[in-house]
Design a protein around this ligand. Structure first.
Ligand SMILES: [Zn+2]
Length: 364
């Protein structure tokens, strides 16, 4: 019996050692529930973040040497402090938070990865403010976050600086993520940044916050929101995690070749629509892009310093006369056509009426 117990103890301790050797990863989908994150161009940050995170997990769960914990797997609100606590209790080796960026301007684009650190840049502080702002939606935030006010830059001074080693590991991983975005996905690289973010500050392991791109940028939001775009992001983030693990833990977990697919982004045609309101019975919508393709050419018949009334008797019996006012007089035209060929007939008609120098001009 005693011998049996010894064997059981040995087996159990072996199993727990094997378990400990697993790479413990926390995947954190930003926002959730009552906190949607950024909402621009029909995209919702919390949905994109969750989709990408679940796909990263799906790829890495196939590896037996991974032990993965998700801060959320559904559309629920998780306070930042709970996310940090989950990661700390789990004794994670790496904490990866996925978000989308947003700006008040439609122009900024590109992917960036943030690691915990002291920031000197205003732009980054703005992001930190947005990503940390959720704290105010939580009850008892003053108590739970011990005076961490995302709106106050002096808060940075009070933040504890992570041990150098942890910070260096975060930086190594962040660089690999950006390397993948830039070289494998050909995304615009906004680089790696050090940032005071509460969720990263409160976790004790290396951690990063990935901003996939700007939802406020119409073009970039289409990529991020596409099925293919999210698939691509998940592939390269998973690959970056594998590479980081192999490098830092000197393991040789086999890598995979990422399958990158080009998103099918349909550019909706944007005709300039003009509503003609003259006739109250017809709310007629005219596609001006089509109107503009017509009557591209017209026939100039004469030039005069006198302004003539546009009646046939003033133009040797020709009707359909138009005029443009020039610097020193008036140019008169007969008819119009969508092609030069169509105007040739009009030139012949004008010449027959005595306008011998009639010629075709472009109608601008
Ligand atoms: Zn976010």
């Amino acid at each position: 019996m005693k011998k049996f117990l010894v064997i059981v103890t040995i087996v159990l301790s072996f199993l727990s050692t094997a378990q400990d050797r697993k790479f413990k990863l926390v995947l954190d989908a930003g926002h959730g529930g009552k906190d949607p994150g950024a909402q621009k161009n029909g995209c919702i940050e919390k949905e994109i973040a969750l989709d990408v995170v679940l796909q990263v997990g799906q790829i890495l769960e196939k590896y037996p040497d991974f032990n993965i914990k998700y801060t959320r797997k559904t559309d629920v609100f998780i306070p930042l402090k709970d996310r940090a606590k989950m990661a700390n209790d789990f004794e994670a080796n790496l904490f990866v938070s996925v978000h989308c960026n947003s700006s008040t301007s439609p122009n900024p684009s590109g992917s960036m990865t943030l690691v915990m650190g002291l920031s000197r840049s205003n732009m980054n502080f703005e992001i930190a403010k947005t990503e940390n702002a959720v704290i105010f939606q939580e009850d008892n935030y003053k108590k739970d976050y011990k005076g961490f006010d995302p709106n106050n830059p002096s808060t940075q001074i009070g933040l504890k600086i992570l041990q150098e080693e942890t910070l260096l590991q975060s930086i190594a991983f962040a660089s690999e993520v950006q390397n993948q975005f830039k070289n494998t996905l050909q995304r615009k690289d906004l680089g790696m940044h050090q940032q005071p973010l509460w969720v990263l500050d409160a976790t004790v392991m290396p951690g990063v916050l990935i901003e996939l791109g700007f939802l406020s940028n119409a073009k970039e939001s289409k990529y991020i929101n596409s099925k293919e775009g999210r698939h691509n992001f998940a592939q390269v983030i998973a690959l970056a995690i594998l590479k980081y693990k192999n490098q830092l833990f000197e393991t040789d977990t086999p890598l995979f070749e990422p399958k990158i697919v080009t998103p099918i982004i349909v550019e909706e045609p944007k005709p300039e629509l003009v509503t003609i309101k003259d006739d109250p019975n017809y709310n007629l919508v005219v596609d001006t892009t089509k109107v503009n393709t017509e009557k591209k050419f017209k026939v100039q018949i004469s030039y005069s310093t006198k302004k003539l009334e546009l009646i046939p008797s003033n133009f040797r019996g020709l009707s359909n006369i138009t005029v443009t006012e020039e610097a020193n007089g008036y140019k008169y035209y007969y008819g119009a056509g969508s092609t030069k060929e169509a105007c040739k007939k009009l030139v012949a008609e004008a010449k027959a009426k005595g306008y011998t120098s009639a010629f075709i001009v472009e109608d601008k």
